[in-house]
Design a binder for this molecule. Structure first.
Ligand code: ZN
Length: 273
């Protein structure tokens, strides 16, 4: 099968804890998790639809987990050339600047934060050292949106971008899981040049016409494709995505071209390749 898709949102766990980790995330969202949550299972699921690369990450729910998770993700990324690794960070971590340096040194390409799991608001001052260390250097992939909490709402992303104008953010789940009316209504959010969206855990919950509207209003060049594996199987996510009435060119940009350009820019900034 021709491989040309970049899956820009997946999670992996060490195999011995994957089952427990996956079931606790499923419980948090009240959504059954369909896949197992470790590297070999991800690769198998991804290969069914011709995925070339997967952005992999894992969230530290306490400061104590940060270094172990970063080392784990870096190790998996080294072992599997089809992986692009994003590290984790926690506002309570003792040496944020030092660990962000290590994230770069061990070959990771960004930082994933999940404010709802990690229980901090995106614009909390205690998270600012993360943005200081990442600005102009590493992109931050934020879980965004959850009707039940306000930690990760899109307003907060705009606030930190005022203070960190050179920060690049990927706002997952089309900019705000379960809060898409807010995404559309928020002035200055759609089309913000520093903000990318991914399509993971979003389009299956939205009317296809509305997904297309959000994607085009934000700018097709700033949208990545993603599955949120192990939340969703690759075949099912692809099937949902193909219901969107996008042009072939738009699909190609979202599947691949945007991600290639974005990751090239990251590598250039970090002086890699
Ligand atoms: Zn995620």
């Amino acid at each position: 099968m021709e491989k040309f898709i970049y899956d820009m949102h997946t999670h992996i766990f060490p195999q011995k804890i994957a089952e427990k980790a996956v079931s606790s995330i499923g419980g948090f969202y009240g959504i059954p998790m369909v896949k197992k949550g470790y590297s070999e299972d991800l690769i198998e699921s991804a290969s069914e639809i011709g995925v070339e690369k997967c952005l992999v990450c894992s969230t530290a729910t306490t400061p104590l987990q940060v270094t172990a998770i970063n080392s784990f993700v870096a190790g998996e990324t080294e072992r599997h050339p089809e992986f692009i690794g994003f590290g984790t960070m926690h506002p309570g971590y003792s040496d944020i600047a030092g660990e962000v340096d290590r994230i770069v040194d061990i070959g990771l390409s960004g930082i994933k934060l999940h404010p709802d799991f990690q229980k901090f608001a995106i614009d909390d001052r205690e998270a600012y050292p993360i943005y200081e260390a990442a600005e102009g250097r590493l992109p931050i992939l934020f879980h965004t949106g959850d009707k039940r909490y306000s930690y990760s709402n899109p307003e907060r992303v705009l606030r930190i971008l005022k203070d960190f104008p050179k920060l690049t953010c990927i706002c997952a789940h089309l900019g705000g899981y379960s809060e898409w009316d807010r995404v559309v209504a928020l002035k200055g959010y759609l089309g913000h040049p520093n903000i990318y969206f991914d399509t993971s855990s979003a389009i299956r919950f939205i009317d296809p016409k509305d997904s297309v509207r959000i994607i085009r209003a934000h700018g097709v060049s700033h949208v990545f494709w993603g599955t949120d594996y192990p939340m969703q199987k690759h075949t099912a996510e692809l099937e949902d995505f193909m219901k969107l009435e996008l042009t072939d060119e738009e699909r190609h940009m979202i599947f691949r071209d945007n991600a290639v350009k974005f990751l090239d820019d990251v590598n250039k900034t970090l002086g890699r390749k």
